[in-house]
Design a binder for this molecule. Structure first.
Ligand SMILES: Cc1ncc(COP(=O)(O)O)c(C=O)c1O
Length: 457
């Protein structure tokens, strides 16, 4: 076959297989069968000496790999905080992959860096952040937290006359980092990577929903970075960020918001109050691969002090076109080379519009409430105030919860995970997928409640 025809048939074959997979999302059991999981061992072989033709490589990936996947893209995957991917974002992701742009420098990749610029401006507007804030398109909220805190480190040290980028932390004056008792583990990881240490922190007390209690906030003295949260990974609760900014900013402290999924509540007129006062903070981390429903990997860091972010991230080299009148994407990211992940963000926002985005967020929240109502009606305990898309339900003691959750995962109607909330084991449901309907919730409730009742009888 001529090379151009081979390319065409290979890429069309991939598209066809992808379509068949996604069309199965509603009806296929969410968890893979044990046979399919065992079957994935067919991938294990010594590194081949001879190559394999492209069609066979793709066919093997699909025939062995697809059945062994969990249907995270489907409407009844409620584990962790996992969005699906809107069909348009899968399509634009495929095209962007075909473009194969390395989006580090505007002069070289004008289309993709322009699209990221537009997506950045739209999100700054949607979240109500300062108009001249900078954004950084990174792999996820973990790296977004890292990026924001790197900018914080730069600004806080430059305020006390220490050039942390040049001179590092050895011998540097100490900085206090205040987190909460409910800060997400990825913030601690970022603090470790930045040389602050995972454990050298002061912990602010929280209330029964995991929100920082502003009335008991630790006293601030000296150079300080404060890590707050929009959307607790268990309860979905929001810290009173506005109040904390009022306490912290007269002291010169930097306030960071980890809004991995919760920041998206700001885009719904019915839920924006949860994020009121957030614009006063200094940096905000979020994910697009969670609640915006774009493919992995996609997170965004926003920083008010553009100069601090650039000082922490930008590099120059003789061979790089870093001088440009436009925004140079790599001036803001930990990576130099990377895929143009912001294109998927642009596509999701363009296709949804403000109205569609608010409907998607509200739809997930009302389906979360439907879950909570269904559990309460069946006599089970819902452990959290369902403020957004997270629901914690308990079926009994630790052993009973774990047994029931295992059976739910094996049964395959839906997939929910285990968590421990303030000492109690619970099942955690996160409704983050664009395609989840009320029928999906009812179907899942029926399966979950049948398993729970059978175990408790
Ligand atoms: C509050 C919070 N922060 C950070 C993260 C980490 O996000 P990612 O896995 O996309 O890096 C999560 C993930 O669930 C989260 O809920």
């Amino acid at each position: 076959m001529p090379e151009d025809l081979k390319l065409r048939s290979l890429l069309l074959d991939a598209a066809e297989r992808g379509v068949v997979y996604r069309e199965s999302a509603t009806e296929r059991p969410v968890a893979p069968t044990p046979e399919a999981v065992i079957g994935a061992a067919k991938f294990i072989e010594p590194m081949p000496i001879e190559g394999t033709d492209d069609e066979s490589v793709l066919a093997m990936l699909d025939e062995v790999g697809s059945p062994a996947t969990i249907m995270m893209a489907g409407p009844r995957f409620f584990g962790f905080v996992i969005g699906g991917s809107l069909p348009v974002t899968v399509a634009t992701n495929w095209l962007t992959t075909a473009w194969d742009q390395n989006v580090g420098m505007h002069e070289v990749t004008p289309a993709t860096s322009m699209l990221e610029r537009v997506a950045m401006d739209w999100m700054i507007d949607l979240f109500g952040l300062p108009k001249d804030a900078a954004a950084s398109f990174v792999t996820g909220a973990t790296v977004a937290n890292f990026t924001c805190l790197a900018a914080a480190r730069n600004r806080i040290y430059s305020d006390i006359g220490w050039n942390v980028e040049a001179d590092g932390l050895i011998g540097a004056p100490p900085v206090t980092v205040i987190v909460s008792e409910e800060t997400h583990p990825t913030v601690f990881k970022s603090l470790g990577l930045l040389g602050f240490g995972r454990n050298r922190v002061v912990r602010a007390p929280v209330d029964g929903e995991g929100r920082i209690d502003a009335s008991r906030f630790p006293a601030i003295s000296g150079p300080t970075i404060i890590c707050t949260q929009a959307g607790n990974v268990n309860t979905g609760a929001f810290d009173p960020v506005g109040e904390i900014c009022e306490i912290a900013q007269p002291e010169g402290a930097w306030v960071h918001v980890d809004g991995a999924f919760g920041l998206w509540a700001a885009t719904s007129p019915d839920r924006a109050h949860l994020c009121s006062g957030f614009a006063a903070a200094d940096s905000w981390a979020t994910d697009a691969h969670k609640w915006l429903n774009v493919p992995y990997d996609s997170g965004i860091a926003f920083v008010r002090d553009t100069a601090a972010l650039k000082s922490a991230m930008a590099i120059t080299a003789e061979y790089l076109m870093t001088e440009t009148e436009y925004r140079n994407p790599s001036d803001f990211t930990p990576e130099l080379s990377r895929r143009a992940r912001g294109v998927d963000v642009w596509a999701a926002l363009k296709s949804l519009g403000r109205k569609g985005l608010a409907e998607m967020i509200d739809g997930c929240c009302s389906n979360a409430r439907r879950f909570a109502d269904g559990f309460r009606a069946a006599g089970f305990d819902v452990l959290n105030e369902v403020v957004i898309n997270q629901v914690l339900v308990s079926f009994g003691d630790d052993a009973m919860n774990r047994k029931i959750i295992n059976e739910i995962q094996e049964e395959g109607t839906c997939w929910c995970g285990v968590t421990v909330w303030q000492g109690k084991t619970a099942m955690r449901i996160s409704v983050s997928n664009w395609s989840t309907t009320a029928e999906d919730v009812d179907r899942s409730l029926e399966a979950i409640i049948a398993i729970a009742k059978k175990n408790r009888s």
